[in-house]
Design a protein around this ligand. Sequence first.
Ligand code: AR6
Length: 203
Amino acid sequence: MASSSEKAETSGSSENAGNSENSGNSKKVGNKIIRLVRGDITREEVDAIVNAANSTLMGGGGVDGAIHRAGGPQILEECKQIRAIQGPLPPGQAVITGGGKLKAQYVIHTVGPIWRNGSSNEEETLASAYRESLILAAQYELRTVSFPSISTGAYGFPLDKAAPIAVSTAHSFLQQDNSVEEVRFVLFDTFAFNEFQDALNAL
Ligand code: AR6
C-alpha cells in the first residue's frame, strides 16, 4: 500500500512539473478546479457536501450514516419532508437539505445505481447522480461542492469504472457552468484516492 501511494504522488508531480494547480491531485478547468482529497467528507468546509443516499432518504450505513450522525436530526427531518412531498428518490436524481450541525451549509442527497454487472444502465445513472447534484448546486448558487465516491461501497460499483465517470462528469459540468468554482472528491481510503488520481490524470 505504501509503495502504490508513493508511486501515485511521484507520478502526479513529475508529469505536471511546473504547474502546481495541475498536480496529480487537482486539475484546472478554466478558472475553476477539480480537487482530490483524502479524508472524511463530514469534516469538509464547503458550501455543500453530497450524500450517497438510498431512495428512501431515511439514512443508512456508509457515508450516509456518517453524514446523518455528524449533521444531527435536522437533516433527517428535512429528508422526511421531501419524501412526504415527492416520494422515494429515483437513482440518478438529487435533492437538497440544510447541513444541520455540519460545517457545510447544505447536503445534496443523491442516489447512485446498484451495480448489476453493467447490464442495467449503471454507468449513465452514476453520471446522472453526479450531474444532477451539480445542477442543484448551481441552482443554489453554491461555489464549492464535495462528493464521496458514489455507489462504490455498499452498491458495489467497481472503482476503476466509477472514478472516470465521476471526474469526467464534473469536468464537463465545470466547462459549461458559471456558478460552481470547485468540485472536490473526498476519498476515504488510499485505493479510492489512487483510482481517482488515475482518472483525473487521464482526462
Ligand atoms: N467520507 C468519505 N467517504 C466515505 C465516508 C466518509 N465519512 N464513509 C464512507 N465513505 P457507501 P454507496 C466511502 O456504501 O456505495 C448506504 O447505506 C466508502 O468508502 O457509503 O453509494 C446508503 O444508505 C465508499 O468508497 O455508498 C445506501 O443504502 C463510498 O463512500 C448505500 O449505502 C461510498 O460507499 C449506498 O451505497
